[in-house]
Design a protein around this ligand. Sequence first.
Ligand code: 7JU
Ligand code: MG
Length: 214
Amino acid sequence: TRSTRPQRLLKAVQKHATRGDPQSVISAIDHFCRHSEWAMNIGDEKGSILDSVVSEVNPEKVLELGTYCGYSTVRIARLLPPGARLITLEFNADYAAIARQVIIWAGLEDKVQLVEGASEDWIPRMKEHFGIETFDFVFLDHWKDRYLPDTKLMEDCGLLRKGTVLLADNVICPGVPDYLAYVRNSLSYKSCYFKSHLEYTKAEDGLEKSVFLG
Ligand SMILES: O=c1[nH]cnc2c(O)c(F)c(-c3ccc(F)cc3)cc12
Ligand SMILES: [Mg+2]
């Protein structure tokens, strides 16, 4: 039967990227999405903003909500210092299977733990299952209806500390109005918007960076 888009994206990585070279994996995915088939990776323009925020935070403990094919997982993990750890949650088993192989192709499997399942089921288990006290950086890129409830859940589970940085993708397209209103009006967050474009298109999109104030 016909292959899936994530399967074709993985084939493009294995054909054009060099094993153990994260930048070549990123470039191969961006080329595939620009010239073959659009896919919902954060992309190179918003990806550069992600890179700059990750470099500024220089996090030890990272949580990514929404792995998809592992593009942003590779972007983040390639910037982490030795010993730093990224946990990425993916609900869709087919996406997770592709992402595992993309992460291995990039040679970043030692820094990344990919967990299959629902964010609301795993967020409450971060302490007892992964020994995580708090996260330094959280990247929200899963489902727009889960951004706000999962943020409140992370607060309630004590997973955010003074200075934890949340970075949210797609705050304009598809848009997360309830989440934006919350982080922009809450006294517990300092929030700012990075205007950009929807991956591989001219449509507006952007990232919202929100620092938890405790
Ligand atoms: O569901 C999503 N989860 C995470 N990231 C997404 C994204 O970056 C998108 F561009 C889009 C998207 C899909 C179709 C469109 F027409 C526009 C944006 C969706 C998601
Ligand atoms: Mg996205």
